[in-house]
Design a protein around this ligand. Structure first.
Ligand code: PHE
Length: 508
């Protein structure tokens, strides 16, 4: 169809120019014609201007006047034809329309085409008249407009015509006008070179202004982009990534091994999601793990350190329940993984026959039974790091945190003493938030307790720093999101996910 239209346009121009699209191609959809003209225009075969004009069409009454004459003219014709004076009723009968006769009579009187005669009758007062209204309406019928805007407005007011905006194109020949659309080559092919047809071929010029076609590609979620940045920071500081594929852990790994007492409120149903089927895990067993470690001793150590104390600790002094430690939970922190990794580290031997220093990190989901609001979901991503080494001090932890957060563009840290069952000392890390104009907590950290480390077989002089923060908070700050539900869950705007830019933490 548009191929036809292309040659129709070219043929019409060959005969006469300019052509007005609404006249030459009435009824052709605007978009279709524009596409053809743009295509011809880009090859300089035609030029066109877009015109917008008001077009008038006759309303039924206007049409009737154009066909039969104005009311006043019809009254005059009736009297003129009768060649005598007529009564009002006679005029009506002659005109054949009561309303036309009534309005026409008044107007014809005004125009002095007719006059009152004896006996309340009317008679023609002139020999002939010029029915301008009819003529003007006939012009409108043909031209769809009138030069006299005042008359047009008056007709519109009298509801004889209506007007509407019409867009049309005034089309003329372009410098490369031709009757045929020459095929423009977009590629120089091997065949064209071989046959020599490239010499005569017409090549389509490059359109450097064209935007590339929108490619439907996958998109990384903002959280994954920020995670990527964090991973890079960890890698450049010599960290090894921990495997985070256990969403479900036993209470042992999530809590007990971390010296979290079994009565601790974090272990309540209100805070932690427990698995209902199956409810319990196996006791940690050598046969379940690649390392074939002795888990029985470890398990026993944990029981003792909770119940009676060990490694210089007096313990919590309560009867420790094995079953409680085997309850399956959705992990509440990735520290469960750090614990398993440190437990493996305890078996490794460096050149000096002791476990070698290690740096581990992980970034993955954790689950907490939280009331969902603008800043909390029942799950979030935790960024966690641990550093195991000899002769570590609290000052070293603070120094490390300063360097670590500086790499994310966060400076001027404040440390506040805090409490974690598994670290001593523990520090909450704060930073001044310029937007909120206050100190905000950005992480939690500490030095793991001997109750945790020595129970897994690490030597007493090996110390371990640990810290954790959420991935969501820096992501929301980076992307200017104030409600976490815009970032995760069914209310997320996919367009936002697809279009958002890559993130760069302002590293220094
Ligand atoms: N597990 C802590 C939390 O969930 C973070 C942390 C990790 C703290 C390691 C100290 C040591 O907030």
């Amino acid at each position: 169809m548009s191929g036809d239209l292309t040659s129709q346009v070219l043929n019409a121009l060959d005969k006469a120019e300019p052509i007005l699209s609404t006249e030459t191609f009435p009824g052709v959809p605007f978009a279709e014609l524009k596409a053809v003209l743009d295509r011809l225009g880009s090859r300089s075969m035609v030029e066109y201007k877009q015109l917008e004009r008001e077009e008038a069409t006759l309303e039924p009454e206007g049409q009737s006047i154009a066909d039969n004459g104005s009311h006043e003219a019809r009254v005059f014709e009736a009297l003129s034809k009768a060649m005598k004076a007529l009564t009002v009723q006679e005029i009506q009968a002659a005109v054949g329309d009561k309303n036309v006769a009534k309005f026409g009579q008044g107007k014809a009187m005004q125009a002095k085409w007719i006059a009152k005669a004896e006996g309340g009758k009317f008679a023609a007062a002139v020999d002939s008249i010029k029915d301008t209204t009819r003529e003007q309406l006939q012009i409108i019928q043909k031209e769809r407009t009138l030069p006299d805007a005042k008359v047009l407005a008056d007709f519109k007011k009298r509801k004889l015509i209506k007007t509407q905006k019409v867009i049309s194109f005034s089309i003329t020949k372009g410098p490369k006008f031709a009757l045929e659309l020459v095929k423009e080559e977009t590629d120089l092919t091997e065949e064209m070179l071989a046959t020599g047809s490239w010499k005569t071929a017409t090549f389509k010029p490059y359109n450097f202004n064209a935007l590339g076609a929108d490619q439907h590609a996958g998109a990384l979620h903002p959280l994954m982009k920020v995670r990527h940045e964090f991973r890079n920071i960890f890698f450049e500081m010599g960290f090894e990534e921990m495997p985070t594929d256990h969403f479900v852990e036993s209470g042992f790994w999530n809590f007990d091994a971390l010296f979290v007492p079994q009565q601790h409120p974090a272990r309540d149903l209100q805070d932690t999601f427990y698995i209902s089927d199956p409810k319990l895990a196996h006791k940690p067993r050598a046969e379940d793990s690649e390392d074939k470690k002795d888990y029985d001793t470890y398990f026993e150590n944990i029981k003792q350190v909770h119940e009676n104390g060990k490694y210089g600790s007096i313990g919590y002094r309560y009867p420790w329940a094995e079953d409680e430690s085997l309850r399956l939970v959705l992990r509440t922190h990735t520290t469960a993984i750090s614990t398993a990794m440190l437990h493996k580290l305890a078996d490794k031997r460096g050149l000096d026959g002791k476990p070698p220093p290690a740096r581990y990190f992980s970034i993955d989901r954790v689950f907490r039974n939280e009331t969902v609001d603008a800043t909390h979901l029942a799950e979030f991503h935790q960024v966690e790091g641990v550093i195991a080494d000899y002769d570590l001090t609290l000052g070293g932890l603070m120094e490390f945190m300063t360097i670590f957060f500086k790499k994310m563009g966060i400076e001027d840290l404040r440390f506040k003493p805090a409490y974690n069952p598994y670290t001593e000392p523990s520090l909450e890390i704060f930073s001044f938030h310029k937007g909120l104009n206050k100190l905000v907590e950005i992480g939690n950290s500490g030095m793991f307790r001997p109750e945790m480390l020595e129970a897994m077989g690490l030597p007493g002089d090996m110390k371990v720093y640990g810290w954790g923060l959420s991935l969501e908070r820096p992501t929301m700050i980076k992307y200017g999101i104030s409600n976490i539900r815009e970032l995760l869950g069914h209310k997320v705007d996919l367009n936002f996910i697809e279009r958002n830019p890559a993130v760069r933490l302002d590293k220094s």
